[in-house]
Every structure is written in C-alpha cells, then in structure tokens.
Design a protein around this ligand. Structure first.
Ligand SMILES: Cc1cc2nc3c(=O)[nH]c(=O)nc-3n(C[C@H](O)[C@H](O)[C@H](O)COP(=O)(O)O)c2cc1C
Length: 222
C-alpha cells in the first residue's frame, strides 16, 4: 500500500491517502470574515490531495483572531464557503471544514464592545496576542458561566449546519475526525486552563460538556 493508493475515511472515498493539514492563510475579508476569492484559489490549487482540511474556521463572533481569519456563523459566510467548496469539487477535490473557537486566546482588541475572551477559569494564556494596538500579553479571560455552555455548544451546532450547507462534508467527516471544537475542548479538559470543578467534570474523565461540543455539529446535521 502506498500514499497514492485510494482510501476510505468513513463515508468518504479518496483517490489517495494524502490529507492536507489545516492551514490558516489569512485570506478572509477583515470585516465579514468570509473567505475571499484568493482562499478559493489556494484550496483549489491543492484539490489533488485525498482530502483538504480547511483552515480553522471560527464558529462564533466571540472567537476572533488577527485579520484574515475566516468564520462560519452567518449565512453570508456559509455562501462564501460554498464558493470555495464548489471550486474544490469542480477541480475534483474533497474538502472538510475544521471548526474552532479560540476561547481565552481570542483577541480582546477585536471583540465587540471590548468584551473579554471566555474560558473555563480566569487564567491567562501564556504569550502574547497581536492586537490592533500591537503585541500584548493575553488578558485574564472572563469565566464562562455554567448556563453559557449550552449557548456555546449551540454555536458549534449552528456552524455545523452552515458548514454542511456549504457542502463541506462536515457531517460525513465528523464520524472520522474529532477536530471540531479542539481548542475549546482543550481549554476545558486540561488543567492548565481549568481550575474549577464542574459537577459533571471530574478531573479524571472527559467532561460531558466537551462531548456535547464534539457531537453538536454532527447531531444537528444528521
Ligand atoms: C501558516 C500555518 C497555519 C496553520 N493553521 C492551522 C489551522 O488553521 N488549524 C490547525 O489545526 N493547525 C494549523 N496549523 C498547523 C498545521 O496544520 C500542522 O499541524 C503543523 O504545521 C505541524 O505540521 P508538521 O508536523 O508537518 O510540521 C497551521 C500551521 C501553519 C504553518
């Protein structure tokens, strides 16, 4: 067997076993966060891969990074992604979308109304964030209230629906990859950013809230 043999990933059949890793290339419109035509060009040029995993795509207006990062929480963004998907499919390729939320690493300088990024506990990420005013240490995030978790899961569900509508094979591939929600799950799971103990989340087992984050997009589009 070689990398160039056909393969199967869940329901997906691919002509080879080469998977393009997700790569943020800052090719989305700064304001609308819709992928621009040059994002379409980038992915289409790589359509001969067995599978393209899209750049990490923000599921929420509360997940914002430096300009150029793409999102999928509005219909306009979904339509723009549809153009990327159609172009990749037209070139014979396959593309799956990586959905994510930056959690405590969201850029506070670009969040509406000067809101703070959210996280499981009030622990700043290490390092610096590129804000409109230059490099700044990550701020201490706002602690996510328990009753906000359902809303966050719903953002992933909604993004899953929009992604599926854009033809990004999310439903098919979620059975294989659990890349959706990785950032939030890691902030919930790993003690470096979680000091609180939720009733459903003992330190030794995976919190049910992270299972919800992973399954929400799949359940929504099943
Ligand atoms: C410019 C650039 C953008 C990236 N964007 C993402 C991303 O959006 N999502 C992600 O999970 N990983 C991202 N990565 C990580 C890559 O997908 C890959 O995992 C990383 O480069 C390690 O690959 P390597 O072990 O072959 O070097 C990015 C890496 C680079 C260099």
């Amino acid at each position: 067997m070689s990398l160039f043999d056909a393969g199967r990933l869940g329901l997906l059949t691919s002509p080879n076993r080469i998977i393009m890793a997700p790569l943020g290339r800052a090719r989305a419109d700064t304001l609308s966060r819709e992928p621009l035509p040059r994002a379409q060009t980038y992915d289409t040029q790589r359509a001969s891969a067995g599978l393209i995993v899209s750049e990490a795509t923000h599921v929420s207006p509360h997940s914002v990074s430096r300009p150029g990062g793409a999102a999928i929480h509005t219909t306009g963004q979904s339509l723009a992604w549809r153009r990327v998907t159609d172009a990749v499919h037209g070139a014979g390729g396959r593309i799956f979308q990586q959905l994510f939320h930056l959690g405590r690493k969201a850029d506070p300088g670009r969040l509406a109304g000067g809101a703070l990024p959210v996280a499981p506990s009030a622990i700043a990420a290490r390092g610096e964030v590129a804000t409109p005013g230059g490099m700044r240490p990550f701020p201490v995030p706002r602690v996510l209230a328990r009753d906000e978790i359902a809303g966050l899961v719903d953002e992933f569900r909604h993004a899953g629906v929009l992604s599926d509508g854009a033809g990004l094979t999310t439903r098919r591939m979620l059975r294989v990859f659990m890349s959706a929600a990785t950032r939030v799950i890691s902030t919930i799971r790993f003690c470096r950013s979680r000091r609180r103990r939720w009733p459903e989340a003992g330190p030794a087992r995976r919190p049910s809230s992270s299972r919800g984050l992973v399954s929400a997009p799949r359940v929504a589009v099943d």
